[in-house]
Design a protein around this ligand. Structure first.
Ligand SMILES: *Cc1c(COP(=O)(O)O)cnc(C)c1O
Length: 393
């Protein structure tokens, strides 16, 4: 046993809530006494504040990050049978959103250092696997004849994908871009094209956020949001989340029960005031890990390019003998995670897509070596030193 026996949790969902107990219960009381449980000012206020935070014109609160992705894909105009491109190294919600919008997920591999979509692989896909349809000016996958209409870059672990080349290709090929920003609330991207920093969620045609409790901004339950600058997309999502209603009991389309609870919106509005500080704490903790874990044989700390400001939703290292090391940490009461142990294209759920081991070698290699260390704003120096000691041992 190294150090003391106190458990180091993977994340802490208790301290931030007990610290904010007064403010959070005031929201609950407001809802109880007003009866405003769905919609109303709590939702509208949070939507306005989160749009501001994400540098977007519109924010539409929905019931989860998965709904946010699905509604964004549908509102972006993806049609039945279209191909939507994403990466294999993500949470399954990204591809669920694609298939549930009746489209087909296809993949391009990730960058070995950032673990995010490799723009060169996207270019290669569009240039070598697709033909240009003369009528629509859009790419069509040669093997199946299906149109490729959208791309979902995932800002994994709190770090934005390299958006300049992705957006540039999307313009050239007429693709819609939906950011999966579910792990990247407040992350920054230095755009060379624009010459300034941009915020995750403000770069694509639309972006999806999750407020699952463990995310950088988490609800006290389920929640999500779409951000966009496109008024038409915003309006479509408002309709989709509410049974396709344009006004009460008049349904333009079949929609979903996908609204954000007023209570959750109220809680999120309170917590949003602390998010910038919490993200800064996560960055400081990442810096400290980087120093503590320097020069450990067979261990690589995360690569944060100069053009990214990560919000470290997760702090993910790469190590040899990953499983052994994870067990050793667990024996020393240190909780860790794997994000994600099996790439999407090899999941049983997607056996029907017919992918094989070796199709996306970088995602596959990375999946067997990554290890997510404890990361949350209140993580202490002592705790991080113990984690480092165990990794060094
Ligand atoms: C959490 C997450 C989602 C889904 O969000 P839910 O709110 O759990 O539905 C989608 N994509 C990524 C990358 C996520 O981390």
């Amino acid at each position: 046993m190294i150090g003391n026996k106190h458990k180091i949790p993977f994340l802490d969902l208790i301290t931030p809530h007990t610290e904010l107990e007064e403010e959070l219960t005031a929201v609950f009381r407001q809802a109880l006494t007003s009866g405003g449980f769905i919609g109303g000012p709590l939702v509208a206020n949070f939507e306005r504040d989160f749009a501001d935070f994400s540098n977007s014109k519109y924010c539409i609160g929905v019931s989860s990050g998965t709904d946010a992705l699905r509604f964004a894909v549908m509102a972006a105009g993806v049609q039945k049978g279209d191909i939507v491109i994403t990466v294999p190294n993500t949470f399954i919600a990204t591809t669920e959103a694609i298939t549930q919008a009746n489209a087909l997920p296809d993949f391009v591999d990730i960058d070995e250092r950032t673990y995010n979509m490799d723009p060169e692989k996207l270019q290669e896909y569009l240039e070598t696997q697709c033909d240009m349809d003369k009528k629509t000016g859009r790419p069509v996958k040669r093997a199946t004849g299906q149109p490729v209409t959208a791309v979902i870059p995932v800002h994994l672990y709190g770090q934005t994908a390299d958006m300049d080349p992705i957006l540039e290709m999307a313009e050239r090929y007429g693709l819609m871009v939906i950011e999966d920003a579910c792990q990247a609330h407040g992350a920054g991207y230095l755009s060379k094209r624009r010459g300034h920093w941009r915020t995750a969620g403000s770069m694509g045609h639309a972006a999806a956020f999750s407020f699952y409790p463990g995310k950088n901004l988490g609800a006290c339950g389920e929640g999500g949001a779409v951000t966009t600058d496109d008024e038409k997309i915003a309006q479509k999502i408002r309709i989709l989340r509410d049974h396709g209603q344009s006004s009460k009991y008049f349904h333009e389309v079949e929609g979903y029960n996908g609204r954000l609870d007023a209570l959750q919106a109220g809680f999120l509005g309170i917590k949003l005031r602390y998010l910038a500080r919490w993200n800064e704490n996560r960055r400081q903790n990442a810096d400290r890990y980087n120093r503590l874990l320097k020069n450990i044989d067979g261990l690589r700390t995360p690569f944060e390019p100069s053009w990214v400001k990560s919000v470290y939703h997760l702090y993910v290292i790469r190590v040899e003998k990953r499983d052994e090391r994870q067990r050793f940490l667990a024996d020393n009461h240190i909780a860790t995670g794997l994000h994600y142990p099996l790439p999407i294209h090899l999941q049983k759920a997607y056996a029907y897509l017919g992918h094989r081991v070796g199709d996306y070698p970088i995602s596959e290699r990375v999946a067997s070596e990554i290890l997510s260390l404890p990361m949350y704003p209140g993580l202490t120096e002592d705790q991080q030193e113990r984690v480092a000691e165990c990794l060094r041992a």
